[in-house]
Design a protein around this ligand. Structure first.
Ligand SMILES: C[S@@+](CC[C@H](N)C(=O)[O-])C[C@H]1O[C@@H](n2cnc3c(N)ncnc32)[C@H](O)[C@@H]1O
Ligand code: SF4
Length: 457
């Protein structure tokens, strides 16, 4: 499928990624710490009842120049050891705040590079969870891994600790592209790693990034064909977010001709076609899964959810409590973000104080807007009639709250990006490429905001 170039030019504008609503750059440091703690206590009585923990490991051995994550490049094991000790204390603070009635449905290790930790450190932390919390059956235990550190012994140990999902950062198989972005190579052939993990019953996701310097349609097609042959359960295709005003090291890539919006879209479309012709279906904005994957079942049933850790099913989605620097807790009523500073983080935890630096407390209208945007971003569909019922409000209320401009919707319809059927709006196949723009039509905040976002394509 080819997308009209005029549409690409028109919609390639700075737009939030909507991993949260409101987006993280609306969070503020103007809040009372006690209000944040109260929000956690209150979350015990709100839905979803399950607990999802996110652990941020902000360390890597080497800087990839495209990186947009929150990480420190260090070989200093003392810094890492102190951090792990602090994380253990943070878990125990949550143990005191969370109701023992609630069960863990998901533990997600992200980073940085969690598999840069010594495996015994992972073991110590997982055992704290096992000793102090109950789990739902088949709770998801997931880790984002850099293949440079994933040895067979490490995989054995992760399997033994109960990990059932690994996400491996590949980005590209092309060594010139990897060299351009200063990325370390995998320790083992990725195909062998994936086979080994599958034998252990571990589901595997592979991450790719398009828009990196040196990528061509030919080279990226080869990468994605290789990925299909490796047969991961899921695959993510991230659009390279170039935000040098936040991540100055990304300027190092400007000496190359970075792929423009047109090439980026062609890279995505080419990969999209290869994947969808090979037993993968597209999930949400940038994920793909096998047709027998629970994410696809959730999409078909319009039950797909989304949090900072990616797409999830309603079963695995709990309110998220984030541990470690920069982590964002995602509760029903509030977002709470930990400090990004390592020293402030450990000082705060050592004083038994949760290290929140920013927060956002949602009012009822923002929850309604957030619901509509999340449905569009996840299920590519919104029923405004269902929204009326869910929040006990009228259609006119929805229009007032979201500031929805019908002319914008009608234009999307004319451009064949959405279909409107009474109060139901469905995103078309072509519209999937413009999900962020469609979601933004329901967002009263972006209009009034001077905040900076990456471009939508
Ligand atoms: C925490 S990393 C994954 C684990 C490990 N650090 C690695 O790189 O393999 C999360 C993922 O974010 C994606 N990513 C990082 N920087 C990005 C950027 N600027 N734009 C788009 N995706 C990015 C990469 O695909 C990466 O695999
Ligand atoms: S992409 Fe991954 S390995 Fe590379 S610097 Fe970022 S977090 Fe570290």
């Amino acid at each position: 499928m080819n997308i009209d170039k005029k549409l690409l030019d028109k919609y390639n504008v700075p737009t939030p990624r909507y991993t949260s609503y409101p987006p993280a750059n609306f969070f503020t440091s103007d809040f009372k710490p006690q209000d944040a703690v109260n929000a956690i206590k209150k979350s015990n009585n709100l839905k979803p009842e399950n607990i999802s923990f996110y652990l941020h490991i902000p360390f890597c051995s080497r800087l990839c120049y495209y990186c947009g994550c929150n990480t420190h490049i260090t070989g200093n094991r003392n810094i890492i050891n102190n951090y792990v000790d602090t994380l253990k204390k943070e878990i125990l603070i949550y143990k005191k705040l969370l109701s023992p009635r609630r069960k863990i449905s998901q533990i997600h290790w992200g980073g940085g590079t969690p598999d840069y930790l010594d495996i015994n450190q992972i073991k110590d932390i997982m055992n704290i969870f096992y000793d102090n919390f109950d789990f739902i059956e088949n709770a998801e235990k997931a880790m984002e891994c850099h293949p440079a550190h994933l040895t067979y012994e490490y995989k054995d140990a992760l399997a033994q600790l109960g990990f059932n999902r690994l996400s491996i950062g590949i980005q590209d198989f092309n060594e010139t592209v990897l060299k351009n972005v200063n990325r370390a190579l995998p320790a083992l052939p990725v195909e062998d790693s994936v086979k080994y993990l599958h034998k252990k019953g571990i589901s595997v996701n592979l991450d790719f990034v398009y828009g990196l310097p040196g990528q061509t349609i030919e080279s990226f097609s080869e990468t994605i064909r290789k990925a299909v042959n490796i047969n991961p359960d899921r695959l993510a295709l991230f659009s390279y977010a170039h935000v040098p005003w936040v991540k100055p090291h990304q300027k190092l890539l400007e000496k190359y001709n970075l792929p423009d919006a047109e090439l980026k879209t062609s890279l995505f479309q080419t990969a999209f076609n290869i994947l969808t012709e090979s037993n993968y279906v597209s999930i949400g904005l940038d994920h793909f899964a096998k047709t027998d994957d629970e994410l696809y079942t959730a999409l078909k049933n319009r039950e797909l959810g989304r949090n900072f850790q990616g797409y999830c099913t309603r079963e695995t989605t709990g309110q998220v409590y984030a541990l470690g620097v920069s982590g964002i807790s995602q509760l029903e009523n509030a977002f709470l973000q930990n400090t990004k500073n390592l020293k402030q983080y450990s000082d705060s935890i050592n004083n038994e104080i949760l290290p929140f630096e920013k927060a956002y407390f949602l009012n009822e209208n923002e929850k309604i807007t957030g619901h509509i945007i999340a449905e569009i971003m996840s299920n590519r569909y919104i029923s405004l009639a269902d929204t009326e019922k869910k929040f006990n409000i009228s259609y006119d209320d929805i229009i007032k709250i979201t500031g929805l401009d019908f002319d914008v919707l009608k234009t999307f319809e004319k451009e064949k990006l959405i279909e409107i059927n009474g109060k139901e709006i469905s995103v078309t196949h072509q519209g999937m490429f413009f999900l962020r723009n469609i979601a933004a039509a329901f967002d009263p905040l972006t209009e009034q905001s001077e905040k900076k976002f990456s471009k939508s394509l």
